[in-house]
Structure formats: C-alpha cells, structure tokens
Design a protein around this ligand. Structure first.
Ligand SMILES: [Zn+2]
Length: 452
C-alpha cells in the first residue's frame, strides 16, 4: 500500500465484498475481463465488462469496478462471457447401450452396479462441465441414489462437476416404466431402485419423504406410465408433501390425459413434449409450468426423420404458445456411431448434449430464446435462480466463455473455451485444468442440509 488513502480504499473494497457475500477477506480476488457479457434474461450483451470473483461468488460486475491490488486477472477480452448452461432433464448415472443390451435399460440395471453407475455419473459430470453445463437436473434412473451421491461428492470438493439437482428414484404406480415378469417383480424386487412403487396416498407420501431423506432436491413422478395412473389428487398430494422438503415436482408425461392431469394439479415441470397438444401448451404458458421437452435431434446415432419432424413441430408449438422452455435432453444412451464425422473421435457426453441445439434451430427458435432456455429458465426450473445464474454480486461464479456471439449464432456454444464453477477455473484457453477440484478428503462440508 503506497498511501493511507489507498490502504483505506482497499479495505473498504474488501469490506464491501465481505458484506456482499460473506466470504473471508483473505480469499484471493479474480478479475475477469470480458469482451462482452451476455444477460440471457434480456437477451442483451454489454461490451468490456469486468467481473470480480472472490471465493465462490461474484462480488462486483461493471465496466470499471476497482480491482484490488494483487488480484488475478483473467483476460477474456476477446471472448463472450455468459452464465453456465443448464440441462434441465438428464440421467447422469444411466448409459444404456446398443450393445449388449439393445437399448433395453432393464438389462443395464441388471448388468451395471450402483457403484459403476456412480463412477459413470462422475465422468459424465466432468464431460458436461467441459462443454459448459454447470447445472443438471438429474431426474431418475440413477440406480440406488447415485445422483444424490454425485451431488454430495461435487459439493464436498472431491471432484469437479455441475451443480446436480437429483430426484432419487422415480415414483410411480405399480410397475413404473417397467413391465416385469411376476418372478422378477414379486420375488426379485426388480422395481427398486429404478422406481418406487407408490399407489395409495400413504405410499406416495412415504416415497416423497424417503427421496428427500436420501438427498433429492426435486421429485419426479411417473404420472401416466401405466393405465392405473396418478389422479389429480395424487399429484397434488405429492406436490404438497414435496413442498415440505423444499422440493418441486416434475411430471413424466406420455399421454394427453396425463398432461392434463399434471397441468390441473399444478406441477412445476412437465417432462417430454411428445404427447402435449397446443392446448396443453396454452395452459402451461398461462400457469407458468416449465417444459423439459427432451427434444431429440436426428443424428447418425439416434432418431428418425419422421420422429424429428414431430419433435420440431411440438417444440415450435410450445415456443409459439410462450411456454417457459428449458433445454433438456434425456441424453443417457450410447452406441458406436457416436463419433465426430470429421475426426472420427468419440463424442463426449457434453458434445452429445449440445447437439440437441439442432432441434431448436430446426424449430426456428431465435438464438436469444434458446439461450434463455439454456440459462435463465434452466436456473428457474432447477429452483436455484436466487443463488446461481445471474451474473451479479452475491451469486455463485458459474461462468463460461465462447468465441463469437451466441445471441446471433447459437452454435457458438459448441466452442466453450472457458469454464468457471463456484469461482474456480475448470477450463481455460480451451483446455481442462481441473486439478484444483480434486482433493483427498472433503474440503467443503455444506453448512446445512437445506442449503440449496
Ligand atoms: Zn428422462
């Protein structure tokens, strides 16, 4: 410090930072110089912004905030900076394959243990973070709470990964999405842990409570997986019980009737767009129900032209009716055609996820609206918008950077060259440098179970 005045100023800045986010003033400050900073909520960008980060959170944003002496400066002045991306519907601990199980995920469940699937989930998390996804809603088919374990491991600082919003096993009426044999159902308990059978009101309440007890941050209901489906009253009961644990409910919907009951009950999110009609879309927009459409692109490794046309038309309808859309994938399968046609290299789970942009582009949705679905709406649907997403003082520093401008060319998001998660640099200059995320013990014990 050269003068008492400068010293006082530095203290004042440090003090303001402490007041703003409660970080110890000893944490080093990082100053990110952004060529452009996107606000996805408004679909606008501001040139030459500086983002100050201390500890895990943003402390200041603006064209010229006072950069404390000794701050690390990250020069992203040639890049566009924006909040991290959200996949609002995926399954991190499930990879059902063409070989050997012919995409039959009963077999995945029989052949792959929870520990193996949890390690797959950890790997998928790193791959998704590398592509700029800093939040995932992980909604069922995750073996025995591998999704909740992944969240816990990332939170405690064992390894890098997105913020995981786990649901625990899907809750459904007898059979869930399976059609098991009597032997497997009655004598081998094949349903659990991929599904929890819950039929009566008592069983629904118990299932919701158990999932929350074991780490769920959202509740996933199979509303109409069977003809003996959930009624409006059943769904309302689940919503009421989930609210006690601070959770919102996502309805898996595969029929028009199931969609209507979910809307009438007032679920927070509807998963899968294939059975929804324009009238459902209208009602969802009116009620503010999020859509996780899981809009599969037509690729050499997945889909058909006919199915794709339908998916595109359904997504277009939802957008026209102003449903709050999220970017969502159900990206949980694998085959040997998942390679880059040019390089012949395997595509990562992150690259396979970002490929879902093709559907949004085919539906003619403007880049600003796609970006809002991938960020603001994703953070809202994850129910974490008060902590993450906005690039503002007091929010977690989950930031990515790309060359080009996603507001005019959404494909710019395919080239994420910088990723920061919770204030730590995970990727820089296009290269993963995650070593600081790995520890031989839990370096961070979250302060309270209900800290979201
Ligand atoms: Zn799914």
């Amino acid at each position: 410090m050269k003068s008492p005045k400068a010293a006082f100023f530095a203290l004042a800045v440090a003090g303001a930072a402490v007041l703003a986010v409660g970080q110890p003033s000893s944490s080093p400050v990082t100053a990110i110089k952004a060529g452009r900073l996107i606000d996805p909520e408004t679909g606008t960008a501001a040139a030459r912004q500086v983002i100050l980060v201390q500890g895990e959170k943003i402390t200041a944003v603006g064209p010229n905030p006072a950069i404390p002496a000794g701050a690390r400066v990250l020069d992203l002045s040639g890049l566009t900076v924006l909040p991290g991306l959200v996949d609002a519907h995926t399954h991190m601990a499930l990879t059902y394959k063409e070989q050997p199980e012919n995409y039959y995920y009963y077999l995945t469940y029989v052949m792959e243990s929870t520990p193996l699937r949890a390690i797959q989930a950890a790997s998928n998390g790193i791959q998704l973070l590398n592509s700029g996804f800093t939040v995932v809603r992980d909604v069922g088919n995750n073996a025995l709470y591998a999704d909740a374990a992944l969240r816990q491991a990332i939170e405690q600082g064992w390894l890098p990964g997105p913020t995981v919003i786990p649901s625990g096993p899907m809750i459904g009426s007898t059979g869930g999405q399976y059609w098991p044999t009597p032997e497997m159902y009655k004598y081998h308990n094949i349903m659990f842990p991929e599904y929890i059978d819950a039929n009566s009101p008592d069983e629904i309440v118990r299932a919701v409570r158990e999932n929350m007890l074991f780490g769920a941050r959202t509740i996933k209901l199979c509303v109409d997986c069977k003809p003996w489906a959930y009624s409006v009253e059943d769904i309302k009961l689940a919503i009421k019980e989930a609210a006690q644990g601070g959770c919102k409910v996502e309805a898996h919907v595969q029929s028009a009737e199931g969609a209507q009951r979910s809307i009438d009950a007032g679920v927070y999110i509807i998963a899968h767009n294939s059975a929804l009609t324009p009238e459902h879309h209208r009602q969802m927009a009116e009620k503010g129900i999020f859509l996780a459409g899981t809009d599969t692109p037509f690729m050499p490794y997945r889909g058909s032209e006919t199915a794709f046309k339908r998916t595109v038309a359904n997504l277009r309808s939802a957008w026209e009716k102003k449903v709050p859309l999220t970017f969502s994938t159900d990206m949980d399968y694998w085959n040997e055609r998942m390679k880059d046609p040019k390089s012949g290299e395997w595509l990562s789970r992150g690259e396979l996820t970002i490929n879902f942009l093709d559907t949004w582009k085919a539906a003619g949705i403007p880049p600003a609206d796609i970006l809002r679905a991938m960020t603001t709406n994703g953070y809202k649907a994850s129910d974490i918008i008060h902590q993450r997403g906005p690039v503002q003082a007091g929010f977690y520093a989950d930031l990515i950077a790309v060359a080009g401008d996603p507001l005019t060319d959404i494909d710019a998001l395919r080239g994420v060259v910088f990723v920061m998660k919770n204030g730590q640099v995970f990727k820089k200059d296009g290269v993963m440098t995650p070593e600081k995320f790995f520890h031989p013990g839990p370096v961070k014990i979250p302060s309270g179970r209900w800290t979201r």
